[in-house]
Ligand binder design. Structure first.
Ligand SMILES: [Zn+2]
Length: 209
């Protein structure tokens, strides 16, 4: 029995074909594995719980990190209602300002994307103080790198005007009648903002940054 050249050629072709398919399959497998590995490493980085001059701590008193964050989110949505809320965390912690002589009620860390509210200076402060602090920090989040510059001040002024309008008494005045539905909504938004008691004497001296 003889083997023709054509048969050898055909056999060789088949072997090559098999090899090509095997190579393609191997490449496909490798690509799939690489994709899976990338998925595995693209899970969010672990949350930072300490940074330059701050650390996350246990919450003060009966509060919780969740409660603070919920309040902070409410404040953002209320103050900057038309802007999508940046994906930042809000946590209780302790802040050590670099000059050591000042207090900081709260601070922002753009690297960790976290707002820290110092748990040591919240006891006894009024709801409005905490809300104002959170609003101040959110303004920093929106103007990272700007400090308390012109853009920061402009935002503060315009939102404060808007917030003050919301804080007006619920009864519609003769001068500015308003639909009842608006008041009902605003009332709910302000409800459940936590219990912070009365302001502490001297508490007004505290600064946030
Ligand atoms: Zn500030």
């Amino acid at each position: 029995m003889s083997v023709t050249w054509a048969e050898v050629n055909e056999h060789t072709q088949r072997v090559w074909q098999k090899e090509r398919i095997a190579t393609m399959e191997a490449r496909l497998k490798a690509a799939k594995a690489a994709k899976a590995a990338k998925r595995a490493t693209s899970v969010p980085a672990p949350e930072m719980n300490a940074g330059n001059g701050w650390r996350v701590t246990e919450p003060p008193g009966a509060s919780s990190h969740d409660e603070l964050e919920r309040l902070a989110f409410q404040v953002f949505d209320l103050a900057f209602h038309s802007i999508p809320r940046p994906k930042w965390r809000v946590r209780w912690g302790e802040i050590t300002p670099s000059d050591l002589l000042s207090y900081a009620l709260a601070c922002v860390d753009p690297d960790a994307k976290v707002i820290i509210v110092d748990r040591r200076y919240t006891q006894g402060r009024a709801d409005d103080d905490l809300i104002e602090t959170l609003f101040h920090e959110w303004t920093h989040v929106l103007h990272v790198g700007d400090g308390h510059g012109e853009r920061f001040q402009k935002t503060v002024a315009s939102v404060k005007a808007f917030m003050n309008e919301l804080k007006q008494p619920m009864e519609p005045s003769a001068a500015r009648p308003r639909p009842a539905l608006v008041y009902a909504t605003k009332g709910r938004r302000y409800a459940g903002f936590g219990r912070w008691g009365a302001p502490v004497p001297g508490g007004q001296d505290l600064e946030y940054r």
